[in-house]
Design a binder for this molecule. Structure first.
Ligand SMILES: NC(=O)c1ccc[n+]([C@@H]2O[C@H](COP(=O)([O-])OP(=O)(O)OC[C@H]3O[C@@H](n4cnc5c(N)ncnc54)[C@H](O)[C@@H]3O)[C@@H](O)[C@H]2O)c1
Length: 337
């Protein structure tokens, strides 16, 4: 089967390309390199000994996307391409609505024209807003607290409408919890531009002395140690979830939604302490005020993905901490060479 992976040189996309190639899928990547680097293509080849076909184009460019479909008989699309920084989405909402919605609409139009019926979409646990209960199940009420989240929820609504209108379509919506970690080779991982927004990229930079200290936003939440609790999932597990989703996609019609998480919540201090222990480094931190919009705790009920996709995360928090740091250390070495 030939799979089109949009955003395939990004953090989750690159790990998914590796898993697809290892599982003998043919892979075609579209990426405009707005948040990734062309080197990742070589790293994917180094890991898998296979080179995916690559198009450096914008997914919003319908003419160019059509050419990709005409040059390749695409059986399914996994759509990662999009912007993902919550803070930036608040200051530049139009940029987020334009890129995230337009890219999805373009793909769906071209897929219809080219008779491609299988679509896997990267959604996010952010569509659950501030959940009233935990763990979070797929049928919980949906709401959002920022423009980034709203783009994901709007796309979910669009996909539901498109699925109702076209009975040939198979759509899987994957709601990711908090992906961290990196491929164990240290060749691919997360490389945020500028000061990181998320906890793990921040921790690794503090550990690496690129940033002086970690700010922990609030220690008075209703959680075991007072700091925020999240469901961290190893990016390689997340990538494998996409293979399971594809297998489901080709065997059903309609639209389905799955949480991809581990089902276990860890606090900020759990993550910091584990990171220090497994990597034998110090991560100095200070407690500061809560950050507006943050919720106390968020973790998945992963039962539906397990029962219907056969997906279960295998890596633990220690692997995630070790692999995240290994990626930074390996990249430091390659920069120095
Ligand atoms: N990382 C997370 O914590 C997380 C959590 C939930 C959902 N998601 C979603 O998963 C998807 C992948 O996330 P990621 O962490 O790998 O992000 P990423 O930024 O590392 O990867 C996205 C890739 O898409 C490319 N891209 C963006 N807009 C494009 C366009 N118009 N045309 C072509 N390429 C384009 C970027 O260059 C980048 O390589 C995103 O849709 C994101 O919203 C991510």
């Amino acid at each position: 089967m030939k799979i089109l992976v949009t955003g395939g040189l990004g953090f989750i996309g690159s790990h998914t390309c590796v898993e697809l190639l290892n599982a003998n899928y043919e892979v075609v990547i579209i990426d405009n390199l707005s948040n990734s680097s062309i080197d990742v293509l070589d790293k994917i080849e180094e890991i898998t000994s296979k080179k995916p076909k690559f198009y450096e184009i914008d997914v919003c460019d319908k003419e160019k996307v059509s050419v990709v479909f005409k040059e390749n008989k695409i059986d399914a699309v996994i759509h990662f391409a999009g912007y993902k920084a919550v803070g930036e989405s608040v200051s530049e909402p139009l940029k987020y609505y334009r890129n995230n919605l337009d890219s999805t609409l373009t793909l769906l139009e071209v897929m219809k024209e080219e008779n491609c019926h299988n679509f896997v979409f990267s959604s996010s646990a952010t569509v659950y807003g501030s959940p009233k209960e935990l763990p979070i199940k797929e049928d919980f009420p949906l709401s959002t607290t920022n423009p980034y989240g709203t783009t994901k929820l709007m796309i979910e609504r669009i996909l539901a409408d498109v699925s109702k209108a076209d009975k040939d379509l198979s759509i899987i919506v994957l709601r990711y919890f908090n992906p961290i970690g990196a491929h164990k080779s240290g060749l691919i991982g997360e490389k945020p531009n500028g000061i990181p927004n998320n906890l793990m990229p921040y921790i690794v930079r503090v550990a690496n002395k690129e940033l002086p200290i970690l700010s922990v936003f609030g220690n008075d939440y209703d959680t075991p140690d007072g700091t925020g609790v999240r469901d961290y999932i190893h990016v390689v597990d997340l990538a494998k979830g996409h293979i399971k989703a594809l297998e489901k996609c080709v065997n059903f019609k309609g639209i389905e939604y799955y949480n991809l998480g581990t089902g276990t919540g860890y606090s900020v201090l759990d993550l910091v302490n584990t990171f220090e222990k497994v990597n034998n480094v110090e991560v100095p931190y200070k407690i500061v005020d809560r950050r507006p919009g943050d919720i106390a705790a968020c973790y998945a009920d992963p039962t539906k993905a397990y029962k219907e996709l056969g997906f279960k995360a295998e890596y633990g928090i220690e692997d995630m901490c070790r692999d995240s740091y290994n990626f930074i250390l390996k990249n430091k070495e390659s920069h120095n060479n």
